[in-house]
Design a protein around this ligand. Structure first.
Ligand SMILES: C[S@@+](CC[C@H](N)C(=O)[O-])C[C@H]1O[C@@H](n2cnc3c(N)ncnc32)[C@H](O)[C@@H]1O
Length: 276
């Protein structure tokens, strides 16, 4: 498992160096004052976040969403295992004058309880888009989430739908579906990946990654087992990036398959609360 983690970290170190310069992340607009949060999470979580709300953002990449929550008044802690990402996040916090309400911790998600001595101290734990597939163990992840929430606190995730992973690289053999991705998990899948979702033409040195599938049932059950009450689980027909060729983006940043498609679920969002 340590080797898997080392490969993934090396891959993300490289992506963290590349991504701030991409149009996809558009750091210039963020510096000019724009939020990188999508309407989905702003609408579904926005009411919970106000002046002084303590947010823990897991797998925050280089901090744009974390700092966007800080702009809404929250006091934020971003966590990521890439030192490069965390360094850039700290620079952006300083550049935007948000460093009095934003801090960033370089840490593996599973090591966080041993690193950040703030169990039960957060009003909100937030995570989004492209996070769960990097985690081998959803039950341990759910325990980390629950452990950092204050009584009555809110957990929110907006994420690529596990069924959308199945649809990517789906082959048919004699009419039968032969997915490359196993919806029901089944251990690590190792890939050689060049380019990234934000820089498809990039040539990488660290191309080996290991990812894990987690179905919706596994995710919800892990959160319930951790003691959280799930308030809603919603499935959405749009994606947060151009997941399939020919998708079109609307003015809310939602990517759609062509009109007339019987839309499959591409995104899910879930809100859960810690008991009072
Ligand atoms: C797809 S990105 C999240 C993207 C984020 N929604 C954004 O657009 O900024 C996934 C992040 O998870 C981080 N990551 C992956 N595995 C991790 C782990 N075990 N512990 C902490 N961070 C991890 C990576 O470094 C990367 O920044």
């Amino acid at each position: 498992m340590d080797d898997f983690l080392a490969d993934n970290r090396a891959h993300w170190e490289e992506l963290a160096a590349l991504h701030p310069g991409t149009d996809f992340y558009d750091v210039e607009s963020f510096l000019a004052g724009e939020s990188t949060l999508l309407p989905l999470e702003r609408e579904e979580l926005g009411d919970v976040v106000g002046e002084g709300t303590r947010i823990l953002h897991l797998q925050c990449h280089f901090g744009l969403d974390t700092l966007s929550w800080a702009r809404e008044g929250a006091v934020v802690t971003g966590v990521d295992f890439s030192g490069t990402a965390i360094g850039t996040a700290r620079d952006l916090a300083a550049a935007t004058g948000l460093d009095d309400r934003a801090r960033f911790v370089e840490c593996d998600v599973y090591d966080l309880p041993a690193t950040l001595d703030e169990a039960g101290a957060f009003d909100v734990v937030f995570t989004s888009y492209g996070v769960l597939n990097w985690l081998p163990d959803v039950e341990r992840w759910a325990e980390v989430v629950a452990g950092f929430l204050a009584p009555g606190g809110t957990f929110y995730v907006a994420e690529i739908h596990p069924f959308a992973h199945v649809l990517m690289d789906l082959e048919l053999e004699a009419g039968r579906p032969v997915p490359d991705w196993s919806y029901f998990g089944g251990g690590a899948r190792t890939y050689e990946e060049d380019g990234t979702y934000a820089a498809p033409a990039a040539t990488l040195d660290s191309t080996t990654t290991h990812e894990w599938a987690h179905g919706l049932g596994e995710i919800v059950t892990a959160l319930l087992d951790s003691g959280l009450d799930v308030e809603f689980l919603r499935e959405h027909p749009f994606a947060c990036f151009e997941q399939f060729p020919g998708m079109e983006v609307d003015d809310e940043g939602r990517w759609w398959l062509p009109e007339g498609t019987n839309h499959p679920p591409l995104t899910f969002s879930l809100l859960a609360r810690s008991p009072e």
